[in-house]
Write a protein that binds this ligand. Structure first.
Ligand SMILES: Nc1ncnc2c1ncn2[C@@H]1O[C@H](COP(=O)(O)OP(=O)(O)OP(=O)(O)O)[C@@H](O)[C@H]1O
Ligand SMILES: [Mg+2]
Length: 377
């Protein structure tokens, strides 16, 4: 940002670029909770974003332009997020040094911790805290973030191609955590976490699932998985030999079977539709079991890395695909944790002009709102 700001001083718009949709949240700072002044969502053309990577920046730019034609979506400065399997977040321990010194040293320290060559990466870090070892060494805990340079460049190009200015890029998972649990070291997380406990936040979209683990109010682990809504739809399409669009409709209509039901109703052999629904449910159940195994691996990995938390008692669930019927029951059972549907509007006041659009997309709104919150807090 320049030294002399010519803008209106309004906080940047939260812009969430996804596989199926692009979304914007406009927040106004206020003395109490920030106010959501406008919210919008438009479709993303198929194939423009794949696995969290922008592969067609021009197509993404035109979707963003269309979004800026929605009521109330205005402002040239945006904050957007990146999330894909090549965005790496690691919690590392380093000998204590001042922030300025770390700024210089991180380039040399980082390679040991990230799977991409440092010269192809854009690095960022946050100092979480410092401590003394039993041997009296002064150490610090640093959250290291690395993203592939190509990912960042494609994002910049898509945003600038829409005539907007990027005021910052965040890790999408951090934004999701912000709208779910509040910012940084909030008291909320303390009340959420008992001793030896961490909290997980899972956002299930279309092309990606974002998993984050929060401990002592700070997101310390994130992972993006491609097991997400599109995979569920594809499984239904494959098993019934349907087009993707037909499978999408059937997926939403069928949902997962109700495992809490005492009896498992067998469909009437003559009822073709009931049989089709059941076949879809069986396919979805298999996908969700794979999904649970994947989340389990991530959470277990976190728990073996950390010396503090031993369990994850509560999982906050968000994302459009979290609406799959009975998803939360499956996750509770499979992950042996309490699963709560999170409300991305929890930390904002919703202005009357934003209400309808935001409530229509309540489960999908967490990243855009969290990104915008990052600009006002
Ligand atoms: N009621 C529903 N039940 C089950 N799945 C649903 C429901 N409504 C939407 N979905 C699924 O949500 C997904 C779209 O989610 P969303 O729009 O949040 O994705 P995105 O943000 O564009 O993608 P990304 O994964 O890149 O973040 C689709 O797979 C769709 O099938
Ligand atoms: Mg998304």
């Amino acid at each position: 940002m320049g030294l002399i700001s010519m803008g209106s001083g309004a906080p940047p718009v939260g812009l969430d670029i996804g596989t199926d949709h692009v979304r914007a949240a406009v927040l106004k700072a206020s003395s109490s909770a920030p106010t959501l002044a406008a919210y919008g969502r438009v479709d993303m053309p198929m194939g423009a974003v794949v696995d969290g990577e922008i592969v067609d920046p021009a197509a993404v730019s035109s979707a963003i332009r269309e979004l800026w034609r929605q009521p109330g979506i205005k402002g040239r400065e945006v904050l957007t997020g990146v999330s894909n399997q090549k965005v790496v977040v690691r919690l590392i321990d380093l000998p204590f040094m001042e922030r300025d010194e770390l700024q210089g040293a991180i380039q040399y320290q980082a390679q040991d911790y990230i799977p991409i060559p440092v010269e192809d990466a854009i690095l960022d870090f946050q100092i979480i805290g410092d401590y003394m070892t039993p041997g009296d060494e002064h150490m610090m805990e640093v959250l290291l973030v690395a993203a592939q340079r190509d990912t960042i460049e494609a994002t910049v190009s898509a945003v600038e191609g829409a005539g907007l200015r990027l005021s910052g890029i965040d890790v999408t998972s951090f934004a999701i955590v912000r709208s779910t649990l509040g910012s940084g070291l909030s008291v909320l997380a303390e009340e959420e976490e008992g001793p030896g406990e961490a909290v997980a936040v899972i956002h299930i979209g279309s092309g990606l699932t974002n998993i984050a683990v929060v401990e002592k109010g700070v997101p310390r682990f994130t992972r993006a998985s491609s097991l997400s809504g599109n995979q569920f739809t594809q499984a239904v399409a494959n098993v019934l030999n349907l087009t993707f669009d037909d499978a999408e409709r059937l997926k939403i209509r069928a949902g997962l079977p109700d495992i809490s039901a005492q009896t498992h109703a067998q469909p009437d052999a003559d009822d073709a539709d009931a049989r089709m629904v059941q076949t879809a449910q069986d396919a979805l159940e298999r996908e969700v079991n794979k999904f649970i195994a994947e989340v389990r691996r991530s959470l277990d990995y976190y728990l073996t890395q950390t010396t503090q938390a031993r369990t994850i008692r509560r999982i906050h669930l968000t994302g459009s695909s979290a609406q799959l019927a009975h998803m939360n029951t499956y996750l509770e059972k499979g992950l042996q944790a309490e699963v709560v549907l999170s409300d991305p509007l929890r930390f904002v006041q919703v202005g009357s002009s934003a209400r309808m659009a935001a409530e229509d997309d309540r489960m999908g709104a967490a990243p855009a709102i969290g990104l915008a919150l990052g600009g006002v807090m």
